[in-house]
Design a protein around this ligand. Structure first.
Ligand code: DGL
Length: 354
């Protein structure tokens, strides 16, 4: 006997209701897409060449149907760029949207797909400007979405698995790639091509994702998110900070250029413990003394702190030392510091606390 129309409607309503209940049971996770290799498209599945930011968020999510077992996943395309072109405007847009979404009770966490080239900078910027303890996880890939053994789908699955876990609350912004969980406060891309490129070279990784679940081994002792004094909500621009590198025979050429370009802060990627040529140091000291430009000494060396009280007399010059913060994250922190102070002693405090 064929079911009558009324029975069919009742069945459809029951299925719809069950679906709603199921969706409500699952935590809501937003995936904000910005581009990168994870959204890359190669000519063939085996060639090296590809275009970053070629695939949209819907295609990325369609490649990981298992996400529906973890969460009610909602995708938004913020931009679709190679992260070598990441910029202040996208950072401010991301910070605003992340804070807006995390203010909503239903949002359990946020995943951001991003290129790996500047992921350590964006992750640190958000680590200092997100005003929530809910998980914010950045994820990328080293192989394009069209490659054999593309690492993106697994990385996205692992990132969402971390974003829905209560164990991820209050840990600051994190990066999940290659089954590793890394802290934004020490993140570094350490290999140009390897899928295991990201490490926390000084503090060590936060944990691993195993069997689709986060297993944490340590937590950050640095200030972040709700414990951060920085707030970019309402800002439409950030102070300009440039990085200059020291090396054998380095001249003040790029210091002078940064000053002329209107930089309000300069980070030195110095040699050794944040040292530089005397000519460069004299130019930086003059920039600080005569124009109030903030100067932070960091190092081109990946491990170890750029420490105070060594060869450079920071107090005499009005410089701050970056301690464990590499030049690229030092630029981020100095940009945010300059939204609050130009006092080098206050800036030094910030480089010890964040
Ligand atoms: N164009 C680079 C970027 O978007 C590719 C690197 C990657 O995402 O792995 O950062």
């Amino acid at each position: 006997m064929k079911p009558d129309f009324r029975t069919i409607i009742l069945i459809l309503l029951a299925v719809l209701f069950a679906g709603q209940v199921y969706a409500q049971d699952r935590p809501t996770v937003y995936i904000l897409a910005t581009g990168g290799t994870i959204a890359g498209e190669s000519q063939t599945a085996v060639t090296a060449g590809y275009k970053a930011g070629a695939v949209g968020i819907d295609q990325l999510l369609a490649a990981v149907p298992q996400l529906s077992d973890l969460a009610d996943v909602r995708g938004e395309q913020v931009v679709n760029i190679g992260s070598q072109d990441m910029n202040d405007a996208v950072w401010l847009t991301l910070a605003a949207r992340v804070n807006e979404l995390l203010d909503e009770d239903e949002t359990a966490g946020i995943v951001i797909t991003h290129g790996t080239d500047t992921m350590e900078e964006t992750a640190y910027f958000l680590n200092l400007t997100v005003k929530s303890s809910k998980p914010v996880i950045l994820v990328g890939s080293m192989r394009p979405s069209t490659a054999i053994s593309a690492d993106g789908p697994r990385n996205i699955y692992n990132a969402v698995a971390c974003a829905v876990s209560p164990l991820s609350t209050g840990r600051g912004v994190m990066v999940v790639m290659n089954d590793r969980i890394l802290g934004a406060d020490d993140l570094a891309k350490t290999h140009t091509l390897d899928v295991g490129t990201f490490q926390d070279p000084n503090y060590g990784q936060l944990g691993i994702v195993y069997d689709g679940k986060p297993i944490y081994a340590r937590e950050s002792v640095k200030r972040h998110t709700v414990h951060s004094e920085f707030d970019v909500r309402g800002l439409d621009r950030l102070p300009r900070v440039e990085i200059v590198v020291s090396y054998s025979n380095a001249t003040p050429l790029f210091v002078d250029s940064a000053v002329e370009a209107g930089a309000r802060g300069i980070v030195v990627a110095g040699v050794g413990n944040g040292n530089m040529t005397t000519a460069m140091q004299d130019a930086l000291a003059a920039a600080h003394r005569e124009m109030g430009i903030a100067v932070v000494r960091s190092s081109r060396i990946m491990q170890g702190p750029t420490a105070q009280w060594d060869e450079v007399d920071d107090d005499a010059l009005g410089f701050a030392a970056s301690w464990y913060i590499n030049p690229y994250r030092s630029r981020v922190l100095l940009m945010l510091a300059l939204t609050r102070t130009t006092d080098y002693r206050e800036i030094q405090r910030m480089f010890q606390e964040y």
